[in-house]
Design a binder for this molecule. Structure first.
Ligand code: IVH
Length: 714
């Protein structure tokens, strides 16, 4: 195939044939390079193939193939960085899993140096950072090349990405550094940055990130260094490779020098005199593990004296003079026995993995989160693979991941152990708590469906009921005196109030009951009477408050007021909403036409009224109450036009903001203090100096009810 012809000359058929050839050819070289470690062509030739592919795709975007090399390995992650052969191999560490293993390690050292009479062996102890190691080459103090560990012998050149890490100096500071030195250490992501990235991604409907380590790895392998920069990776320097001259005599001194040269070194590194101190430091670091703000998975001990390090030497690919004392694993494999769906207080359906009990990081884990249905399916909402696209099935062997005190999660699946008879998990489309439809909402911001499914049985779902009831009586909703969150929780618990309508039938039922409220703990004749009177007083709620009280998703105070103003009566609002729910397009259009109300809100209102049981709950409620009409006196007719009004003291029915908005809507001016210019003072209980001043100045004063009456809102 002639890959040198100008792209403009190609016919569609020729371009398609070339793209097919390139997809196969590049894939073949990727395998030769990455998997077999036996490249057949030079990096430059490989790059030329990819460039040709890119150019063709830019000219013929409709011919981009599913298996295009430009799509592989997830968005933005580059393939085929140049290779870097480490001048000194990057070693790994042998592990110790118990205090005895560490004691054996120290004993081996003493045996090795037996002939050196009276020799004391000192060891450094420092956290083992759970990130990725990198080797940074400095020539005459300038950072010239950075590479991943790779297989220890050959890594990848990620200089451009490493240059974006602020902990890595471009130029070494101080003095005493050899002309050439490879500084080694760990690139990692802090918990704070990981959480922030996750939150950003969730808000944008982006991909899921499993843990800080994998995310740091992905961030380092980006084609675009600006993406790496935005991830705010960090770096601890703790070792070195090739050096053109010796620069220290001990491990401790060497790392101290890294600090002086401008690197960040771990503050928990100490020098110990032997096994007892080593283990004390291990416990100290383990205790701090949860609050460090980054993941560590053990403590590394290194023989301090560099001359002795050299004498003790290496075995296979690890030094004899160092060992990693691992914390009990935070990862474990176990069987997924079932997937349960929990319904949260806001109606979100959350899948929970029921696991064969397994110890993860010293804690027995039986449950883990599965996030949402996309996570189970192995694809995020944009179709990007999660866990390489592996889905999670009941019966699978799954890896459980636990970091600090975070809820454990299922991080991976072992497909080789998947039972033959397993089948993909089907996420329920009805709420397990109440049987109402559970739906994924369309998110206007992201233009995609939300990954989270929600129950639509807002008012009748037992999982949501208590929260809904608390909302119903809350301050900006029905605001019933003496009926707060605590009372609602108790009345729900004992079955007295299960639905909003029950609030208004409470007194009558209580009168017939054998277990009268007044006889219950914490209640008496007076308090029970007072509560019933307060409920009675709210049988004529304001329309906007009532609409808000229903707890329809996305219908907050502002939208409730818009709906109330538009429809005027509850009957009218319900008729249009129910009409739209029944498929009446003109009713839907009526909702959509309301200035300030968007599709998300309209869909949510429709969904609420599409649920027959929600509608039933509303109708039951309406048999008990008589919502007020929403009347707005036109400014011309209002008695307060042009008047200056001051509100003081506490208001019971209106919030301050509402009172102010109401007055302004009616053409009044609202002032903060009383003066000769004030026309009217509305004083609630607790009013002090302002009321006094008004009286002194002979200004008209009203209480809240008087005000509502004056403006025709009562
Ligand atoms: S020293 C010659 N110190 O652990 C010794 N390694 O399991 C080279 N690691 O590849 C390593 N924190 O990525 C050393 N404080 C630390 C470390 C550390 C994390 C990683 C490093 C290495 C792996 C070996």
């Amino acid at each position: 195939m002639d890959l040198s012809r100008p792209v403009e000359e190609l016919t569609e058929g020729e371009a398609a044939a070339e793209l097919e050839f390139l997809a196969k050819e590049i894939a073949r070289h990727d395998i030769a390079y990455h998997t077999k470690d036996a490249p057949e062509i030079s990096d430059a030739e490989y790059d030329a193939l990819r460039r040709r592919n890119d150019v063709l795709e830019a000219s013929f975007p409709h011919l981009i193939r599913q298996d295009s090399p430009s799509k592989r390995v997830g968005a933005g992650v580059a393939e085929g960085f140049a290779k870097v052969t480490h001048r000194v191999p990057m070693l790994s560490l042998n592990n110790a899993f118990s205090d005895e293993d560490v004691a054996d390690f120290v004993a081996r050292g003493h045996r090795f140096f037996e002939k050196d009479a009276g020799l004391k062996l000192a060891f450094t102890a420092e956290p083992k950072i759970d990130g990725l190691s990198a080797s940074l080459r400095y020539e005459k103090g300038r950072f010239v090349q950075g590479a991943t560990r790779g297989d220890g012998e050959v890594g990848e050149d990620i200089t451009a990405n490493l240059k974006t890490i602020r902990d890595i100096p471009q130029q070494l500071q101080g003095d005493g550094w050899p002309d050439e030195i490879e500084i080694r250490g760990e690139v990692y992501m802090s918990h704070a940055d990981f959480e922030a990235l996750k939150a950003r991604s969730a808000a944008e409907g982006g991909q899921e990130y499993v843990n800080p380590r994998n995310t740091a790895a992905g961030s380092l392998r980006q084609k675009d260094p600006e993406i790496t920069r935005s991830r705010n990776l960090k770096f601890f320097a703790y070792a070195w490779g090739y050096t053109s001259a010796p620069f220290a005599e001990t491990q401790f001194e060497a790392v101290r020098k890294f600090g002086e040269w401008g690197f960040v070194i771990n503050p928990l590194m100490i020098r110990t005199e032997g096994i007892e101190e080593m283990l004390v430091q291990y416990r100290r670091i383990e205790e701090q593990r949860a609050t460090l703000g980054y993941d560590i998975d053990g403590v590394v001990y290194k023989l301090d004296n560099l001359a002795l390090q050299q004498r003790w030497g290496f075995v296979a690919r690890a030094p004899r003079w160092a060992i990693a004392h691992k914390f009990p694993a935070e990862l474990a494999w176990t069987r997924l026995e079932a997937i349960d769906i929990q319904v949260g207080r806001t109606g979100a359906l959350s899948p929970v993995a029921r696991l064969q009990p397994v110890t993860v990081g010293g804690v027995v884990v039986t449950n883990a989160t599965l996030h949402n249905e996309d996570y189970i399916a192995g694809r995020d909402s944009q179709g990007n693979p999660i866990r390489d696209g592996k889905d999670i099935r009941v019966g699978d062997w799954v890896q459980v991941y636990r970091a600090g005190d975070v809820i454990p999660k299922v991080a991976d699946v072992d497909l080789s152990k998947r039972p033959a008879e397993s089948h993909p998990y089907v996420f329920p489309d009805v709420c397990p708590a109440c049987g109402s439809p559970a739906v994924q909402e369309f998110n206007e911001k992201t233009g995609k469906l939300d990954a989270v499914r929600r129950c639509t049985g807002d008012l009748i779902c037992p999982a949501q009921a208590v929260e809904q009831l608390k909302h119903f009586v809350s301050r900006d909703a029905l605001d019933i005196d003496g009926l707060g969150e605590k009372q609602i929780a108790a009345f729900y618990e004992d079955g007295r109030i299960m639905r909003p309508a029950d609030i208004f039938t409470f007194a009558a039922r209580d009168a017939r009951s054998e277990k009268r409220l007044k006889d219950q703990d914490g209640w008496g004749d007076q308090s029970a009477e007072k509560l019933f009177a307060a409920i009675e007083a709210r049988r004529q709620p304001e329309l906007d408050r009532l609409i808000f009280a229903l707890g329809i998703r996305h219908v907050g105070e502002g939208n409730a007021a818009l709906l109330a103003r538009t429809f005027g009566t509850f009957g009218q609002f319900e008729a249009v909403a129910a009409g739209a729910a029944g498929g009446d397009e003109s009713a839907r259009a009526q909702l959509m036409n309301i200035d300030g109300i968007g599709e998300t809100v309209v869909n949510s209102v429709i969904r609420f009224f599409s649920n027959a049981r929600n509608k039933q709950a509303v109708d039951d409620l309406l048999r008990q109450i008589a919502p007020l009409e929403y009347v707005v006196a036109s400014a011309g007719e209002s008695p307060v036009v042009g008047k200056t009004v001051v509100f003081t003291g506490s208001l019971e029915k209106l919030t301050r903001a509402e009172a102010k908005a109401m007055a302004e809507r009616l053409g009044a001016k609202v002032a903060g203090s009383v003066s000769a210019k004030t026309d009217l003072v509305v004083a609630g209980p607790g009013a002090g100096s302002k009321l006094k001043k008004a009286e002194e100045l002979g200004i008209e004063t009203l209480d809240e009810d008087g005000w509502l009456e004056l403006v025709g809102a009562q």
